[in-house]
Design a protein around this ligand. Sequence first.
Ligand code: SAM
Length: 348
Amino acid sequence: MAMEVLTGRHPYSEQDLEHSELLPSYRVDLRNANNVRLDRFFKANQVNDWSQVSWKQIGKPYEVKNMSEDRLRWERENSKEMPVRTSWEMFNRSFHEWFEKDVPSELLGARKSFMRHMGRFEMKEVKTALNNVISLSLWNYAHRIQDGVWDPRGKRALFEGLDVQKPRILFLGAAEGYEAMQLHAMYPGGEVVLVDYDEYCKTNRFADFPSSYPFLGANPATGSTKVWYKDQMNIHYVVEDIRNLSFGPEFDIVLSVGLLEHFPDEYKAEVMEWHRKFLKPGGYVVMTTPRNQMRSRLFYKIMEDVMNHTYRELMDVRQMGLYVYENGFDILRHGFIKVHNGIVAKPR
Ligand SMILES: C[S@@+](CC[C@H](N)C(=O)[O-])C[C@H]1O[C@@H](n2cnc3c(N)ncnc32)[C@H](O)[C@@H]1O
């Protein structure tokens, strides 16, 4: 057995394919390792001809208007609207905490606290404890049990079938970089460049991403399935505003996850241009945005203090596709996974 497996640094190997396990903070998922029926995790092809889709038919996205208490307090104290960049800094610190939690143990603590305050009729504390239990239970279900945030099977199904060799991958608004690592595992041998203007994403969100998390990908020597880890990947983190990047058209894949929906319509063309300008001729744009479904609206309601610091829309894949199409891209694949829409496109 390899040294990394024995020491626990890389706890899973190709001998663990088809294994899934709930750890305290996240799910390990090595199921569907040989990609048979992986496609069912990506529900594709609602639209045949994008030139026939119009905003009049499909309507505009749903805007999430309820904001976190932290943002509201900041705006009260500063008597102005929070700058976008500050809102991202607040969001990244708030969201990251949740990936670090030992969820079963925190849930147990929250339930005990609820019972204790109930017994003493401390109603204010009861309310806080109950809110804690609800948020933790929702996070446990959405991230840990359902694996809806990382969704490795859905993401692999979306990313499958790209015609690339040793690609250079650029991730715009990368946060912890999860999806670029998944792409790099599937199409190894190239390079990943993660870009985020919030330095905390490099120093905490990416740095703390567990180096023992296994990504299912390919072995470049044999083409068979291989388990990859963060510290085996060729990753560079650039802390910079996307608008100031000096790269040319040099990437095989430009990726964004949860970026487009944070810009009102007057900025959407500019955001799509960010995806175009760094692409090599023939390169792929891969994008996802959160779905407009009842359970997502509920998630952003219950988790408002954790998640809602910035402008945010929820949309369906036709709305997302129309933004992509009308800004000059041909859509090669479109559909949805657990909680996100996904599109693979090329400039027209
Ligand atoms: C919603 S997050 C991406 C979702 C991510 N998967 C997560 O888990 O948080 C968007 C990221 O884009 C970054 N971002 C937004 N505008 C940017 C810009 N102009 N330049 C660089 N990064 C930007 C934010 O700092 C944030 O980390």
